[in-house]
Design a protein around this ligand. Structure first.
Ligand code: BGC
Length: 432
């Protein structure tokens, strides 16, 4: 069957992160990374989508695209530009934005930390040190108290494994370290800080008289497959990557069960530290050693990442086994600079989700507008809305129209299939 319907009650929308869209001259780790010349195309996060000034236009456009749920981030370096000095105007700005979104019928899920640290926190050693977690908890307290009734769903930390591995193992993200020891230390500290933030958000909102709090962290997971399944070494490394990159950390963060290579930091007890599974899924890695790799001849996106729709289910099932809770796909998307295959990507991933027995409650596409893609800068486009960075004009792509129509139709019917999907194809990595 080519058609499918969204699951009962499933809500569909888009995701973004503050640093990637807002713009502005801020004193944070990604501005510092840019100043060090580390962004591939030389673009600065100070430009991005200028969303901090264009938030009303963007909210209207979301409404036009029938977006029902929006995952957005707040920028720590903007809210607390100097240690202990909070900018109340910035908090008010976010409150106005969230109120506007909600008046359009768009529910928000707020991310508190999405890769970026204020420089005052970065220079203290950020999450390398357990004692620094108090700063993040204080920031969390500030935001959650200010948002009060307005926001009941939070993501504490986005992709702790990606943050740790890119920043401390491969050294391609700030702070540019290459140490296995530090990588697992940062992962361990992040597990502890998530658990503390989880408890803090619950207790704060309870004190305010609200019982509907939902908290999780956005877990980046991928499928690890052996390059040659007949080789024991390849199978071994697939398992090792899985455990080091995501397996042990997922267990620690969801349940407080600490297993190698994660170490126990502070007074973490066994428990349940998420109210839903928040999963970010993009790709499968085909490996023969420690690291990443792509299956020969597989469909790939413009960054060379394999497109493997079935993997979204394999990963969701794996996490659901650890914590059998409702699943929010908090990110799924692809770099397709010319919007040739994004419709097909969305279709195949959503179809797989909707046809499964797993309790998929939300799907947030990554992302709304093309934006500042970390070290790739402005050169990698993931949006369903095209940005002209010079003029900041927004244009809905074909994939944006498909997304709008599928939300309205509550799935993909034959007419939508014929209009957007029929005949669409991916490119492949290398001929087999
Ligand atoms: C991150 C996003 C990023 C996306 C595409 C995810 O790992 O959370 O910030 O833009 O992947 O690379």
């Amino acid at each position: 069957m080519e058609t499918f319907s969204l699951k009962n009650g499933m809500l569909v929308g888009v995701a973004s992160a503050a640093t990637q869209i807002e713009g502005g001259e801020l004193d944070h780790s990604w501005m510092d990374w840019y100043q060090k010349g580390r962004i591939a195309d030389g673009s600065s996060p100070a430009r991005a989508n200028d969303h901090y000034n264009r938030w009303e236009e963007d909210a209207k456009l979301m409404r036009e695209l029938n977006i029902r749920v929006y995952r957005l981030g707040v920028e720590w370096a903007r809210i607390e530009p100097q240690e202990g000095k909070f900018d109340e105007d910035v908090i008010e700005h976010y409150i106005s934005e969230i109120e506007l979104l909600k008046s359009y019928g768009i529910e928000v899920l707020v991310t508190l930390h999405h890769f970026t640290n204020p420089m005052w926190f970065e220079t203290k050693g950020a999450f390398e040190k357990k004692e620094n977690t108090a700063y993040f908890i204080r920031f969390t307290e500030k935001v959650v108290s200010a948002f009060g009734l307005l926001v009941n769903e939070y993501i504490t930390i986005n992709e702790p494994n990606v943050y740790a591995v890119n920043g401390y193992f491969f050294g391609v993200w700030p702070p540019g370290e290459k140490s296995f020891f530090k990588t697992v230390r940062v992962m361990s500290v992040l597990a502890a800080v998530h658990i503390e933030a989880y408890q803090k958000i619950h207790s704060l909102r309870k004190q305010m008289g609200f019982e509907d709090t939902k908290v999780s962290f956005a877990n980046h997971v991928r499928v690890f497959a052996p390059q040659d399944p007949d080789k024991a070494a390849h199978r071994f490394f697939a398992g090792l990557n899985e455990r080091f990159f995501q397996g042990a950390l997922s267990k620690a963060m969801y349940t407080g069960v600490i297993k190698f290579p994660i170490s126990k930091i502070g007074n973490v007890k066994k428990g349940q530290y998420c109210d839903f599974i928040a999963m970010n899924y993009y790709t499968r890695s085909t490996v023969s050693g420690l690291g990443d790799g792509v299956k020969q001849g597989a469909p790939v996106n413009d960054l060379g990442w394999e497109i493997y729709p079935q993997g979204i289910l394999e990963c969701a099932a794996m996490l659901h086994k650890i914590s059998p809770l409702p699943i929010y796909i908090t990110e799924n998307g692809t770099c397709d600079n010319t919007d040739e295959f994004r419709c097909l990507y969305i279709y195949e991933h959503l179809k797989a989700l909707c046809e499964s027995d797993l309790p998929i409650a939300r799907y947030y596409h990554w992302c709304f507008c093309d934006n500042f893609e970390w070290v790739e800068g402005e050169s990698a486009r993931f949006g369903i809305v095209h940005i002209d960075y010079e003029t900041q004009s927004r244009r809905v792509k074909k994939s944006g129209m498909f997304f709008r129509d599928l939300i309205l139709a509550n799935g993909v019917d034959e007419a939508l299939y014929d209009e957007y999907i029929k005949g669409a194809q991916y490119r492949t990595s290398r001929a087999e």
